[in-house]
Design a protein around this ligand. Sequence first.
Ligand code: CP
Length: 308
Amino acid sequence: MRKKLHRKDLLGLEDISAEEIELILNTAVSLKEISERPIKKVPTLRGKTIVNLFLEPSTRTSSSFDLAAKRLSADTVTVSSSSSSILKGETLLDTARNLEAMRIDAAVVRHSSAGAAHFLAQRLKASVINAGDGSHEHPTQGLLDMLTIREKLKRLENINVLIVGDIAHSRVARSNIFGLKKMGANVSICAPPTFIPYYIERLGVKIFYNLNEALPHADVINVLRIQLERQGKELFPSIREYKELYRITKDRLQLAKSDVLIMHPGPINRGVELDPDVADGISSVILEQVTNGLAIRMAILYLLITHK
Ligand code: CP
């Protein structure tokens, strides 16, 4: 079995193999118990330095990368758009090169533009980890989602995952589709036609427009946030109509399997894509996704940085 990731960077799940995904998930499983110890720290990355370059808002990804690095004893610094010299007109590349001049080992990058992490990865010696680039990819979210599903259902092969919501603007959807398809899962998407990207069927997904028809097949329902901030204009007539047709309610959940898993990458628009009693109900594994996110980020930092 593979023991190392033979790559400098983690930029997406499109170009990663099933064997590499398996290695990351298994490494995350073995590192997860560190967070359950009274002293949640091991010396694995002592002496390494990681910069979290978050140029777009984040709660989960930013704090979990920071905690992951600290649990492995790395030194961390977080740079955000509101506090960086990018506000004074410095380019992304100049910012990154100046950080690299301080001999960092890795940069975790969130940016509103698709391709920002790739751009830096080609120009920096440090490892670059994509923490979400525009509507392109969010690989650690895809990995933590797969870890959560595998933990609950004991496999990924041949399970039916339904992704509901704003597929067109979702880096989470893209990373989930790439990763899950490689691991042998069946992926369906359900959304209004304006939220379905052109040619998405080429990725091997089944398309539903009617949620009530899609629900009975699903072992997992991954509900996406409606990303109003990414849209130039509203792509549906009204929030009220979207809620009526696509919101996961307790009543609608009766159409799904009794043991279906409800997932959401967060942040949730409660009452828009998901009702509170579903988000907090017995089928929900949303907070377990967050716990697994920490383990996945520990695994990525460990695999990319220790083997350099
Ligand atoms: N799921 C996710 O990326 O959440 P944040 O935007 O809070 O990091």
